[in-house]
Design a protein around this ligand. Structure first.
Ligand SMILES: [Zn+2]
Ligand SMILES: [Zn+2]
Length: 395
């Protein structure tokens, strides 16, 4: 349908300027007040009756002229605690806050999807629910609150998009099963007995115990997990001691675990407990492990992923619609997928020729804005296909 491409093209400039507006004025998780206000205004101007949800989120409904299914489309709207160094005219005006994950684009695209679908209302079968979700970048994430407040009432299926730097603009990536991992974090606190650096025999060196723990934890994935499974354990922080002549009595390790199943998650955390306990016992130290279990994994429904992929084929061509391996990053889109069938797609934003090479969460992160048109068109096409589908979607 050429009409969809034409409509998205018509709205492209406004989608870009919305994205730049959100990029210039980013807001942190749970504080997206101005973003929320702007979304409400944009949707109201379309004749919709949006309302606030989950604190700083927004929900709106578009009823088509024909009967059909109810399809939700979700965008996350929050920014990161990071100083923007993109160097563009739309660089963040809010010090220390930056849209370095592309959620500015997600918000603008979903408004663009609403603008396009409103114009197609007469031929729309079914109902579209627009979900603008706050707080994706923090635990426990805004998705759970959206669901709690009824975002998925009567919804038959849900779709969502992430702008994705490691894919080139003009391509998309989707998986028919595992798409993104479950992200957990942990803090291990080791207590020894501090003392003089010259008298180690009188101490229990927490730093040395910590170092052994760091090394040993790295054997969990390589020795305890089936090599054909997917799992990651990374330690991102190791703090112990302050100066040259004091043996520290405490060591603190902070890290993350990524996995796709509860079984794998359990093996990793069970082994962590055994390893830390064994090393501390041998050294005469004590320990505490605090786990912060994050979102479930994003597992795409194959049926809906196929519809989404077809929408991408019509937008970008078959050669640019890539089947990808799962990534170990996490996303609370998974919270919706626990309730209703759905699928998540990556829309490529990288472009070496334009210098758009910095990864997500980098201070110089930026997107090739062409991707905004591709993402909008792909979502519009997928929503139309799904809402008019006669198939039964199974979770
Ligand atoms: Zn992010
Ligand atoms: Zn993100």
């Amino acid at each position: 349908m050429q009409i969809i491409k034409n409509l998205v093209e018509k709205h492209y400039d406004s989608i870009v300027s919305l994205r730049r507006h959100f990029h210039t004025y980013p807001e942190l998780s749970t504080q997206e007040f101005n973003t929320q206000q702007r979304i409400l205004e944009e949707l109201s101007a379309l004749g919709l009756t949006p309302r606030k949800m989950a604190g700083t989120g927004v929900i709106a409904k578009l009823q088509g002229a024909l009967p059909g299914k109810t399809i939700a489309i979700r965008a996350d709207i929050d920014a990161l605690e990071l100083q923007d160094e993109c160097g563009k005219p739309y660089q963040s005006q809010n010090p220390g806050v930056c849209h370095a994950c592309g959620h500015d684009g997600h918000t603008a695209m979903l408004i663009g999807v609403a603008k396009t679908l409103v114009e197609l209302k007469d031929r729309l079968a079914g109902t579209i629910i627009f979900l603008f979700q706050p707080s994706e970048e923090c635990f426990p994430g805004g998705a759970a609150l959206m669901v709690e407040e009824g975002a998925l009432a009567d919804v038959d299926a849900i779709i969502g998009t992430h702008l994705w730097q490691s894919l080139s603009a003009g391509t998309s990536g989707i998986s028919y099963n595992r798409m993104m991992a479950s992200p957990d974090s942990f803090t291990i606190t080791i207590k020894g007995r501090g003392g003089h650096g010259s008298m180690p025999h009188q101490t229990v060196d927490a730093l040395l115990v910590g170092a052994q723990v760091v090394t040993a934890l790295h054997t969990i994935i390589s020795r305890n997990i089936d090599p054909l499974e997917q799992a990651v354990l990374s330690i991102g922080s190791f703090k112990s001691g302050d100066t040259f002549n004091i043996i520290p009595d405490t060591a603190t390790l902070i890290g993350t675990v990524r996995s796709f199943t509860m079984d794998i998650k359990k093996i990793v955390f069970d082994r962590m407990e055994q390893i830390v306990s064994g090393i501390c016992l041998a050294a005469g130290a004590t320990f505490q492990i605090d786990k912060n279990l994050g979102f479930p994994p994003v597992i795409n429904n194959p049926q809906i992923a196929e519809v989404f992929a077809n929408a991408s084929v019509e937008t970008l061509g078959a050669e640019n619609t890539l089947t990808i391996d799962p990534v170990m990053g996490g996303e609370d889109f998974s919270v919706y997928l626990e309730k209703v069938p759905g699928a998540f797609i990556f829309i490529g934003t990288g472009n070496k020729d334009k210098g758009i090479i910095y990864p997500q969460h980098h201070p110089k992160f930026d997107i090739d804005e062409k991707a905004l048109a591709y993402g909008t068109e792909t979502m519009v096409r997928a929503a139309l296909k799904l809402s008019s589908s006669k198939e039964n979607f199974k979770r």
